[in-house]
Design a protein around this ligand. Sequence first.
Ligand code: GAL
Length: 529
Amino acid sequence: MDMKSVFPEKIIRYCSLLFISLFLVPFADASQTGGEIKVWMPISLNDREVYTPAPKPQPRINGPLVYGCRQRNPFLYRIPCQGERPIQFSVKNLPAGLNLDSSTGIITGNTPPKGEYNLTIKAVNSKGKDQRKLKIVSGEKLALTPPMGWNHWYAHYDRITDKMVREAADFMISSGMADAGYQYINIDDCWANAPKASDSLRVGPLRDDKGNINTNIYFPDMLGLTNYIHSKGLKAGIYSSPGPLTCAGFTGAYQHEEQDARQFASWGFDFLKYDWCSYFGIHKDDNSLEAYQKPMRQMGSILKSLDRDIVFNLCQYGRADVWKWGGEVGGNSWRTGDDLGFELDRVFDVAIRNTKYRQYSKPGEWNDPDYIQIGWIGNAHGMGAPELTKMLPSMQYAYMSLWSLIASPLIYSGDMSKLDAFTINVLCNSEVIEVNQDILGECGLVIQKADSSFIMIKNLADGSKAVGLFNRGKNIAEVEVDWTELKISGKHAVRDLWHQKNLGAYKQKFRAQVPAQGVVMVKISRKQN
Ligand code: GAL
């Protein structure tokens, strides 16, 4: 039957136009249509859906593009590289004094004299090859990109043992976290003796007759432990307090600061978290800036005088605007607030608050909003055994995106023995991590949208922008970023970082459907991806 004989031609034309404009245009590539909006709905709300594509069999070298160290101190760097092992590594322009193990990709030796060294790392396996630049800066500053690693606190509290720490190092390698860039295996509180503790085996003399700090029975051989961690190319962290006792009541460094720091160095530690706690009782009512700075400045300068690179993490919960002076007293990072604890729905607020101190975030000096607590973490009540987090999967993606966009240290604090595919996918997306490790060290800028949504913009060293479109609401929401907010114009390529997919070119804005309490994270660059 001829349609025209049933419907006048005008009606047919009108209906087709209506069909095209209602259904086809919103899904077409904006650059082709000359339009400006593409509605994009890539994320389903399925529970624990893995977005990060599995690493390919061919090598992909990860890790920072710049690495700080101090001359003549021991050097250790494991090249983070995904892909099927065995992988053969080589390094062009490796400075004298450094040696590469070509099968493990671990570089050891002594840091060369002050200066900058531009290396090219190559990795080859039977499936392919990759290469990446690395600038070694032998100077004063460590942690030129945010430290990445693991800390035991939120998983194991006062149950931590040497064995659990060694296992964490094993899992760091076997899970692929080290290949994505995680390096530090950090012991938190409870490794020393305490005057009293719920586990009587952790009670004992705090120091020996020479004043050396004692470990408790669960840490019989600290040097053996760090040797084990180092043998895998990873680094080791320890914890103390400027007060007489730590937060959990174990020996602190008060009046033994230099002796303890030297002990930590001779045990082979590479990272110190220095936690205020009982020091509140020492500085009592003196709320002057100097009183807050004193113990941190003291430890900062002791650490600098040691012949070992020890990254210094201040933990005094953001008192006296620590972001303004933490770097000056020798800190590489500083906690900006109290424990994130278990009120994990605060991750949005905490990250947004951190952006208020964004001007203080820079290479070697990082705002630290506390650890990444996903996967199996210690029970909220009474520091119980680890349980699977109840945080919405979409919020876990948001959490990792926020910490990456604000250039926070990426320290995972969950049970490494229970890492599952979903948690690994959240922790190990190499493109999201690259945003965190960007060498500009910029902390993102927040632009508030509707009540429950905002975007976070971070400028990257290659001229592109990482943008998180966040939705804090209980329902899916549309969030957009306009090119004027990014101070760019014209056609730009948009890449979805969680799915590692190019989305095409956009002219004036990018708009996405963002899941409830979730994120869509993109990289926007001038060139086509
Ligand atoms: C807190 C600190 C936590 C953890 C704990 C150990 O003060 O903020 O991160 O280190 O002490 O007792």
